[in-house]
Design a protein around this ligand. Structure first.
Ligand code: ATP
Ligand code: MG
Ligand code: FE
Length: 349
């Protein structure tokens, strides 16, 4: 199964060709990502109208490059998958419309892919990961724990009650004057920091559910950021923030692992999404998984943040199950992952 995937839901224009073999193994034949970071940096965040216009300019060239680098023809494809949501609707419509046009022109099946389902399968791009698994999805817009039984068959165990983890990284980094996107900048600064001198709040500690909260941390860290004097102060705060976020992620995930272990013999923890690129987060989660005797898998770094390989793979997995979308599948600005049902609830509303 060879699929062209397209991703335009935020500030990356991406296209990729992925091959999914019958035994479940995957091969990324190409993965092209054009990041718009420079277009948005001056504004401190993604400007939707600028993003949509840039996707319009870039999508055709990015897709052509992905096909050329994969060294295949359109006739070798088994289908086209494009992100249909959730995300900034102007951008989503660009990739979705382009994907439908390619599918129609080439007579290929089309799959409307949930962007979060892409993140959910992304670990399978780098390693063999069998279903079911416990997923910590930590991205710019989401922070959730999910039981993933298969493609389109997921249920949510917990979610954030305020900000997403990536949003917390970005907002705190902004308050510290680190620019956009904040997560990678904060991680670089934290490398030379010594966090324990700052006492940051520990949210939801000891609570029985698997929810997250980052707003208290954000407020406390932003206040401390006002009174920092030296570069060392700033590095120390960055380290404290990164540790606090990692610690909360691992504490809440520990609860979810305890719950999950009561229902499943095969125990695997997967972390995915942009924040999964953070090395401290990966290490702390790996240690937590080991304590509960869970196998631990994180995607290769390049497939943590937005990319189209994960969209192509989700599309291929759907195609393999016969889950083809209608050509009029709409763009969905909001689309909870546990509503991306394969069986009970079709891909479109
Ligand atoms: P969503 O997937 O929820 O729609 P998104 O697509 O914008 O949101 P991703 O591309 O998955 O999110 O991830 C981007 C987020 O990951 C940003 O908040 C960014 O700061 C964060 N991030 C990326 N790299 C790192 C890192 N090394 N450390 C911490 N955070 C990071
Ligand atoms: Mg992005
Ligand atoms: Fe994303």
């Amino acid at each position: 199964m060879t699929v062209l995937g397209l991703e335009t839901s935020c500030d990356e224009t991406a296209a990729s060709v992925v091959r999914l073999a019958a035994d479940g193994s995957t091969e990324v034949l190409s993965s092209v990502i054009h990041s718009q970071i420079e277009d948005h940096a001056a504004y401190g965040g993604v400007v939707p109208e600028i993003a949509a216009r840039s996707h319009v300019e870039m999508i055709e060239g990015v897709a052509a490059r992905a096909m050329a680098e994969a060294r295949i023809d359109y006739g070798d494809l088994d289908g086209v998958g494009a992100t249909a949501g959730p995300g900034l609707v102007g951008g989503v419509m660009v990739g979705l419309g382009f994907g439908k046009a390619v599918a129609l022109a080439r007579g290929l099946p089309f799959v409307a892919v949930n962007h979060l389902e892409g993140h959910a399968v992304s670990a399978r791009l780098g390693a063999r990961v069998d279903y079911p698994f416990l997923l910590l999805l930590v991205s710019g817009g989401h922070c959730q724990l999910l039981e993933v039984r298969g493609i389109g068959d997921m249920s949510r165990l917990g979610t954030t009650i305020d900000d997403a983890a990536g949003e917390a990284f970005d907002k705190i980094a902004k308050a510290m004057g680190l620019g956009y996107p904040g997560g990678p900048a904060l991680e670089r600064l934290a490398a030379t920091g010594d966090g324990p001198r700052f006492d940051l709040p520990r949210a939801l500690l000891g609570r029985k559910d698997c929810d997250f909260s980052f707003s208290g941390l954000k407020t406390a860290a932003s206040r401390i950021a006002q009174s920092l004097e030296t570069d060392q102060d700033r590095a120390d705060l960055a380290d404290a923030v990164q540790s606090a976020i990692a610690r909360q992620l691992s504490e809440r995930t520990d609860r979810a692992m305890a719950d999950y272990a009561e229902r499943h013999e095969a125990r695997t923890l997967v972390v995915a999404g942009g924040v999964a690129a953070n090395r401290t987060v990966r290490r702390v989660l790996e240690e937590a998984a080991a304590r509960r005797s869970f196998a631990f898998v994180a995607p290769p770094l390049v497939y943590c943040t937005d990319n189209a390989a994960m969209i192509a793979l989700a599309g291929a997995e759907r195609l393999r199950l016969g889950l083809i979308s209608d050509i009029d599948a709409p763009a969905r600005p909001r689309w909870p992952l546990d509503e991306a049902r394969a069986i009970a609830d079709p891909v479109h509303p």
